[in-house]
Design a protein around this ligand. Structure first.
Ligand code: AMP
Ligand code: MG
Length: 348
């Protein structure tokens, strides 16, 4: 299939381009588009046949439901009810990087919800995303615009790499400002439960529901009887082509351990190192890429997937990564990093 690729200026939106992409969605086609979290691969969420094409293009497992993206707060027709506490979250954090799970209405086809009685809904803050949803005149189901298993795309180049030739339209914009997928909160249970950590952190959500907790299954090793409430969290994900290993603990000991592994494998394995601005000059050997400063965890989050992908362009056999403190957005960073490493962690 020929994929039309059009880049839009997010600061000076060309409505003709938006309308063109909106028409593709209306006609049952697929459009990759920017959002503040990661790029999404969109189809009409209410059209079962269009949604089936998303699963096919991505190679996505059939049991992994899609998030439905909306352009405003009027979601009554898509859900059975909106609990009071969900309304509070919507008021405070929509539009933004947080998905809420509700009991779904019959309007949502079971292909979109992967057979579940619930549906995840999000209102993105990215202006191109919202204008596209408006132009399509329908909610848009959109998982991340990558081939399943690969790191999510945070720029248009990554979408082109994964999806060119497989979908009708790639609408390119700026690099995603958040860089990690949305926080997912299950609003069908009391207290609320975080199914996937993201930029809206547990600390922020505790201001609304002090009892909110994180599904304990998602930060641990899947081998240990792993049953996450978000089906997608059980799959190996975010993985570059070479294996990733995380070195976790005191920073000085981490640097020493990484250097030790590099030296032991010298002449044998080519090693990539995911470092930070504070440590990048402490690794004399190996291909070193920094995620940014440890004092700016939002930068680390924004750069993570791009750095994981960039190791596919350099020839390495193993990638060693430093770890981050699991607080604030660090919980989401470590969740993605651990999954990219298949939970291969060395504690120092
Ligand atoms: P992606 O859009 O690629 O970021 O993946 C969407 C994530 O949301 C996956 O982990 C899904 O399992 C999860 N998800 C979507 N809808 C639901 C739902 N109704 N209940 C639980 N998890 C969901
Ligand atoms: Mg995804």
């Amino acid at each position: 299939m020929d994929t039309k690729i059009v880049i839009i200026d997010e600061n000076n939106i060309n409505q003709n381009i938006i309308n063109q992409a909106g028409t593709v969605i209306k006609q049952g086609g697929l459009v990759a588009f920017p959002t503040e979290t990661v790029y999404g691969l969109g189809a009409n969420a209410l059209d079962k046949i269009a949604v089936e094409k998303i699963f096919k293009a991505k190679g996505r497992p059939q049991d992994n439901p899609l998030i439905v993206h909306v352009a405003d707060l009027n979601i009554e027709s898509l859900v059975k009810e909106i609990p009071f506490i969900a309304k509070k979250i919507m008021k405070k954090y929509w539009p933004g990087p947080i998905t809420l799970i509700f009991d779904k209405s019959d309007l949502i086809p079971s292909t979109t919800s992967a057979g579940l009685d619930t549906v995840g809904i999000r209102m993105p803050s990215n202006i191109v995303a919202r204008k596209l949803i408006e132009a399509a005149g329908t909610p848009i189901a959109a998982p991340s615009a990558n081939i399943s298993g690969r790191p999510s795309p945070t720029d248009v180049e990554s979408c082109i790499e994964d999806l060119s030739g497989k979908i009708e339209y790639i609408l390119g914009g700026d690099k995603s400002t958040v860089g990690l997928e949305s926080t997912i909160v299950d609003c069908t249970c009391t207290p609320l439960c975080i199914l996937r950590p993201g930029a809206i952190t547990i600390e922020m959500l505790r201001e609304i529901d002090e009892h909110i907790y994180i599904d304990k299954n998602i930060m641990s090793n899947p081998k240990n009887d792993f049953k996450p409430k978000a089906p997608g969290m059980k799959y190996r994900h975010y993985a570059p082509k070479s294996p990733v290993k995380i070195i976790c603990g005191n920073l000085e000991k981490t640097v020493a351990k990484i250097n030790e592994i590099v030296q032991t494998n010298m002449g044998n394995k080519k090693i990539g190192i995911i470092a930070t601005d504070e440590t990048k000059n402490k690794y004399p050997y190996g291909t070193v890429i920094s995620l940014g400063s440890r004092n700016k965890p939002n930068d680390v989050a924004r750069n993570l997937f791009e750095v994981l992908r960039s190791f596919d362009d350099v020839d390495v056999d193993l990638i060693l990564s430093e770890a981050f403190e699991e607080k604030g957005i660090g919980v989401a960073i470590m969740n993605r990093l651990k999954k990219s490493a298949g939970f291969d962690i060395i504690k120092v």
